[in-house]
Structures are given as C-alpha cells and as structure tokens.
Design a protein around this ligand. Structure first.
Ligand code: NBP
Length: 500
C-alpha cells in the first residue's frame, strides 16, 4: 500500500493520456498512472518529477488500483474498441462495489451503453466521457462530455470542472494562456453532465461529425478562391485571417489561415500546395452519418463531408478520370472582393445548416435513447477547448436559451435573419461553382437542405405514386386526413405485377 493514496487513476499513456494526466496533476490532484507497456509509464513519470498534484506510476494494475482513494476513479484512455474492453476486463476483478470506470476514448456510444450495463451488473459505475481538443486540449483544457450514472458523475465533477477548458462568463470567449503548472483559474468550465449511459459519447460523436462538416466547408471556400479567382495559398490564408475577426471567428478558421500561409521548408513554396489531396479519417464522421441514416435524420451536409473524404481518397481513379471526363473551364469575371464576400456568406450559411442538422440529430437521438439533452449547455461546452470552438456557438447557446425546444436552428430569429441576409450570395456561389465545374458538395447540399426544409411541397408526391405503382405501397391524399392510406390499380387492370 503506497504512503499516499491518489485522487484518481489513469490507464493509457499515449498522447492523450499523458497530456490529460499532466492537466489533472496541474490542478493539484494526485494521479496514479499505468500503461500496458511499462517503459512508457516509467519514462513519463521520470520526465515529470514535480507537478502540483504529483504523479505516481505503477507497473502492476493491481498496485495501481490499490493506490487509489475510495470510491476509486479510473480513467481509461487507450485505443477505442478492443483496447478499452481489454482494460475493463483486467480492471473489473480488482475494483470494488461503487468504484467508477471512466472511458475518455472515442468510443462508439453503443459500446458505452453495453459497458455501462455490464459494469452495473457487477456493482461498478461507468462514465463514458467525450474528450475533445486533441493533444493541446487534453493538456490545457479540453471540452468534456461526460455521460452515465449521475451519482458517479458527481464524484468526478470536481476534477472534470477543474481540467476542462474555460470560457469567459459574459462573452463566452475561451480563456487562454495556460502553461505547464499554471492552469487557468476561473471562468465557465467547458464540461457538463450530458445524460445517462452513452449520451456523452453520442454527443462527442456529433461534435466530430460537425467538425467534419466545418473542415470540408472551409476546404470548399479555399478551392473556390484558388480555382475560380486564381488566388495563391498565401492570399487565401490572408482572407481566412480576416474572416477570423468576424462571425466565422473559430479555431478551424484560425488554423486554416496559418496552414495556408505556411511555407514549405523543402521548396520555399506554400506547403499546402505540396500536400497530397487524399484525406484520412478515423470513423466518427461515418458513425454520425450512419446514425442519421438509421434514425431518418437528413444530416446530408455532414454525410457529404464524409463522402468528400472518400472521393478524395480515390486519387488514382480521379487522375485517370481527369484525362477522360470533361467539364467547363473555370472563368469568373467581375468584382473579386464581392465574390470573396459571397464565398464567406456561403460558408456561413452552410455552417448554420450543418449545425442545424447536427442538433436535429441529437434531438432525434434523445428520443431514441430516452435521454434529455440540454442543447444550450452542449453549445456552451463546445465554445472552448474543442476543435469546433467558435464565436458562433455563443449564438447557438443563445438560440436554445430563447427556446429550449427549438425544432431547428434555422427557425431561431437570429439565424433566420442571418440566412436571409446572406442567402443571395450563397446561391450565387453555388451557381458559379456549378457553372464552372468546381465541386462544392457541402455548400450545395446545405443549400438543398435549406430549400427542402422550407418547402411546403416537395416532389415526394410523385415518389409515393411510383412506390404505389410498382409495389402497392399506398399513399396519403392532400384532401384527406393524415393516416388514411389509399391505393389504386395503376394504368390498365391485368398488367403484369412487377417486383419491388
Ligand atoms: P491511441 O488511440 O493511439 O492508443 C494508444 C494507447 O492504447 C497506448 O497507451 C497503448 O498502450 C494502449 N493500448 C492499446 Br493500443 N491496446 C491496449 C490493450 N489491449 N490493453 C491496454 N492498453 C492498450 O492513443 P491516443 O491517441 O492517446 O488516444 C487515446 C484515446 O483518446 C482514443 O480512444 C482516441 O480515440 C481518443 N482521442 C484521441 C484524440 C487525439 O487527438 N489523439 C482526441 C480525442 C480523443 P501501449 O503503450 O502498451 O501500446
């Protein structure tokens, strides 16, 4: 038994685990750490001999568990999936009734629901907590999305509130300037209890889906500037830097400005011009889109951003197709400054639609999984620490403060007026992109979403006619109450029946 018990423990000392452990120790909590490969743990502890709370390393999981205050609180930050299950299987026999396991990895929410149930049956409590913000966030303040047993959450709340990113009470702006041993004190923590079982990991997944959308929309803006206006990467970067002072002010716009202006150390040109145009992914955007498809939520813009990565990945096929398939030659005349403003507005309106879809998805998920999600609080905790942190999220929080049961962000008076103000430019950009052969999958899908959502009548009347024609799937009538279904014998009686 160690002389001094630790407040909390952490298993998994890769990039996220090391940074989160240091963040916890910086806030004065003593933390025990364990890693499957002992040498990694030893090196980490040796490199960080004096933190405010103190780090204690253990080579044996049993000693690690024994080093913790009761109820024991163990954070797992290992490779999501089989790695998490392996650690849980080893931990469970070492823990006691009421102890708490916290999975901080990017788990699929269905796994979290399964794990919570399995641990509950053994008398243990389980928290699935989204941790957003990558390495930097983990070190100096991530956005945290804990879900699971509420009483268990209360046991970790002081740690979670301490280590989370902080935003200013009134402006909602992230508080910056944290350094090793000098964490941010004060401000509103970007952490809140999300809901039972898999709610935290579900919301984290939606955050990532929205992040996919944001990234693709920014890429489309850059592509339009480069391909339609002939701007260099550096020139595009300067535009993004300017945009970062207005309504689009966000971490992703800020880093885009820097990335585009970065020079290549090998050639002296702009680095981005030398980066191969094939995008990778870890799967959370796909999970978001699959969940939307499963629940019948039209999150088309988020799904398009996943497909955009897929099509980018078939580089060889695209290179071959480029030699065969033709399109218009890009040619945009007119006021360049006005067109850049139009691209800005197209990005802004598309972003509003993408977030509208993400929040609609969470709204549907709460019905499906019997959660009560507080959308204003979710927007609030995304204002700092995470990859999608943005000034814009303050407006979303205010929209849900005005109306907690808002059906769609587009219906909020502020967002409605913003789209009204910018939509002519959005349409102009999508039209110009189409006429000039520049792909803008998220801009155009967001515009179709907007026009579909505001349409009193869509051509689904014909679609139901088709379904009834070939499969007798029936239809409802515009002149009859909803829920009454009709079928007619289409064209001539006695025609051969076709299979659906
Ligand atoms: P990785 O996802 O790369 O996982 C590496 C860690 O998992 C190492 O500590 C490794 O131990 C451990 N591990 C593996 Br792999 N299999 C194991 C097993 N069967 N038993 C025990 N330990 C095992 O680490 P990461 O990038 O730090 O991410 C950690 C979690 O945080 C992941 O779920 C990730 O999705 C999530 N996340 C990451 C980021 C990010 O920016 N990287 C952001 C947000 C969330 P070893 O040293 O012995 O191999």
């Amino acid at each position: 038994m160690p002389e001094q018990l630790s407040d909390i423990g952490l298993v998994g000392l890769a990039v996220m685990g090391q940074n989160l452990a240091l963040n916890i120790a910086d806030h004065g909590f003593r933390i025990s750490v364990y890693n499957r490969t002992t040498a990694t743990m030893e090196k980490f502890v040796a490199e960080n001999p004096s933190t405010p709370g103190g780090l204690a390393g253990f080579a044996s999981l049993a000693d690690f568990v024994a080093s913790l205050k009761r109820p024991r609180r163990v954070i797992i930050l290992v490779k999501a999936g089989a790695g998490t299950d392996a650690v849980i299987d080893q931990l469970v026999p070492l823990m006691e009734q009421g102890d708490i396991v916290i999975d901080g990895g990017n788990a699929n929410w269905n796994d979290t629901i399964r794990r919570e149930k399995a641990l509950k049956a053994k008398g243990l409590r389980f928290i699935g907590s989204g941790v957003s913000g990558g390495e930097e966030g983990a070190r100096f303040g991530p956005a945290l999305m804990p879900g699971g047993d509420f009483e268990a959450y209360k046991e970790i709340e002081p740690v979670w509130n301490a280590i989370a990113a902080k935003v200013d009470h009134t402006t909602g702006k992230p508080l910056t300037g944290a350094a090793p041993g000098k964490p941010i004190v004060g401000g509103v923590p970007c952490s809140t209890y999300i809901g039972p079982d898999g709610a935290g990991h579900y919301v984290k997944m939606c955050h990532n889906g929205i992040e996919y959308g944001d990234m693709q929309m920014i890429c489309e803006s850059y592509s339009l500037m480069a391909n339609l206006l002939g701007m260099s990467a550096g020139e595009c970067g300067k535009v993004f830097a300017e945009w970062n002072t207005g309504v689009l002010d966000s971490f992703l716009i800020e880093i885009t400005a820097d990335i585009l202006q970065q020079k290549d150390p090998m050639t002296g040109g702009f680095l981005v011009d030398y980066i191969l145009d094939t995008a990778g992914q870890k799967g959370t955007g796909k999970w978001t889109s699959v969940s939307a498809l499963d629940m019948g939520v039209p999150a088309a813009t988020i799904a398009e951003s996943v497909f955009a990565r897929y099509i980018s990945a078939v580089k060889d096929e695209r290179m071959a197709a480029a030699k065969i398939l033709t399109g218009p030659k890009a040619n945009v005349d007119g006021d360049r400054k006005a067109f850049i403003q139009a691209i800005h507005d197209a990005l802004y309106c598309s972003k509003i639609c993408s977030y509208a879809q993400g929040f609609q998805l969470m709204r549907e998920a709460q019905k499906e999984y019997h959660w009560t999600l507080k959308f204003g609080e979710i927007a609030m905790i995304w204002r700092g620490g995470c990859i999608i942190r943005a000034r814009f999220l303050q407006k979303i929080k205010e929209a849900f403060d005005r109306n907690a049961t808002l059906a769609n962000l587009l219906l909020d008076p502020y967002f409605k007026s913003e789209v009204d103000r910018c939509q002519a430019n959005w349409r102009q950009v999508v039209a110009a992109a189409s006429l000039n052969g520049v792909p803008v999958p998220t801009f155009s899908s967001a515009l179709s979403y907007y026009d579909s959502y505001r349409a009193e009548r869509l051509p689904a009347n014909l679609l139901q006619g088709q379904r009834d024609f070939f499969g007798a799937h029936t239809y409802e009538r515009t002149d009859q109450p909803r829920g009454r279904f009709f079928h007619i014998d289409w064209p001539e009686p006695g025609r051969p029946q076709l299979e659906a």
